[in-house]
Design a protein around this ligand. Structure first.
Ligand code: NAG
Ligand code: NAG
Length: 356
């Protein structure tokens, strides 16, 4: 009898009388190990609601919301992972867009509508954004350079695991790295393998050690089994689409130059993604995204277009947090500004088709 009496009392003690919380738990099928854990998760949920309200007010129209991440600690959310070397001095050339500056640009560009953009990827709980951003830009260049023949997904794992922790860039695998370091590594390798040959294996649920570099596979991609390995991209270097900003507030980046570059191809960009975990769709304004300065950059992604005729013109940006995040994996950033610092570090890899 004592036990039977005890159970309903315990149940009454743990039920949190907030219908929104109950609905949230139901919608995302949340269950917790103990009442204490649920209480802690509920506090995070309340904090998220308050943060989302403030961010939406800053943004003018709502683009943030309650998602499955609302009860998570920061370290349990999508990872970023841009780590720029201290006192980095850019040395790569700035590409002169072949689209003439000052000529009237296309009103809108959307590479999502073409085959030059591969499907959305998922870096998981690994700070490998820099490897994904480089990989996606290389894929697009390979697809375009081969006239669509090599429409293959390439291997962010190879870059994550093999870009060296020594030298100028000091890439740290899942602990962060730099897109420029990814290209620099690839100049020393036969190429970037496809993602079937060297698949992604970092954990989607928790931080684990970076997988070690599959060196013999990397060496073999251009060897006797080249055709069987399924294709790869050779990377000979990279350019900046516009002069990069490596210090200060970066408020005067060449946005027309970024638009011109996007008329030619999708490009790798790095951003301040501090508020992106709560993003649910719509145009994120610069006011809500926060500082665009070089020292605030913490994530690398890919810009795939813009729309200058929308009521609120926007850049179209592809993330690597799975297609369940944002708008099918994409985010729109206010176009009239260097929103989130997307024009700070815009790179274009130099890619040739694999040699078969
Ligand atoms: C780009 O074009 C400008 C103006 O025509 C020229 O001065 C500059 O040297 C060019 N830069 C490169 C990297 O070709
Ligand atoms: C640009 O945005 C406007 C308004 O939202 C929309 O009607 C139009 O289709 C968009 N253009 C492109 C090319 O996506």
């Amino acid at each position: 009898m004592k036990v039977l009496m005890f159970l309903p009392l315990a149940a009454a003690a743990i039920a949190i009388p907030d219908p929104e919380w109950q609905a949230f738990k139901h919608k995302y099928q949340k269950s917790y190990a103990s009442p204490a854990e649920e209480a802690a998760r509920y506090r995070l949920f309340i904090e998220t609601k308050a943060r989302v309200d403030i961010l939406n007010k800053l943004n003018g129209e709502p683009v943030f919301g309650i998602t499955w991440l609302a009860d998570r600690y920061d370290e349990e959310k999508y990872q970023r992972g841009l780590k720029k070397p201290k006192n980095f001095v850019p040395t790569a050339p700035v590409k002169n867009s072949t689209v003439m500056r000052g000529r009237s640009r296309a009103a809108a560009v959307d590479w999502r509508l073409t085959e030059a953009v591969t499907p959305i990827k998922n870096q998981g709980q690994c700070g490998s954004c820099w490897a994904f951003s480089a990989t996606e830009a290389i894929e697009s260049q390979l697809i375009m350079a081969s006239g669509g023949r090599y429409d293959i997904e390439l291997s962010p794992q190879q870059i994550t695991s093999c870009a060296p922790s020594t030298g100028t860039y000091g890439c740290q695998g899942c602990n962060g790295g730099f897109t420029e370091g990814a290209y620099d590594y690839l100049k020393t390798a036969p190429g970037l393998a496809n993602s079937f040959y060297i698949p992604y294996e970092q954990s989607l649920t928790e931080s684990t050690e970076t997988a070690s570099c599959p060196k013999s596979k990397v060496d073999a991609m251009s060897g006797p089994y080249m055709e069987l390995s399924g294709g790869y991209a050779q990377v000979t270097g990279y350019s900046y689409a516009i002069p990069p900003c490596t210090e200060g507030s970066c408020e005067n980046q060449d946005l027309k130059g970024l638009a011109s570059a996007l008329e030619e191809a999708p490009v790798s960009v790095c951003v301040n993604a501090g508020v992106w975990n709560d993003y649910t769709g719509g145009v994120l304004t610069s006011a809500a995204c926060g500082p665009m300065g070089a020292e605030y950059q913490d994530h690398c992604v890919m810009a795939v277009g813009y729309n200058s005729t929308a009521p609120k013109p926007y850049w179209i940006v592809r993330n690597s947090w799975a297609s369940t995040w944002g708008m099918a994996g994409y985010i729109y950033l206010e176009m009239d500004k260097n929103t989130c610092g997307l024009a700070d570090d815009v790179t274009i890899p130099h890619v040739t088709s694999s040699a078969f």
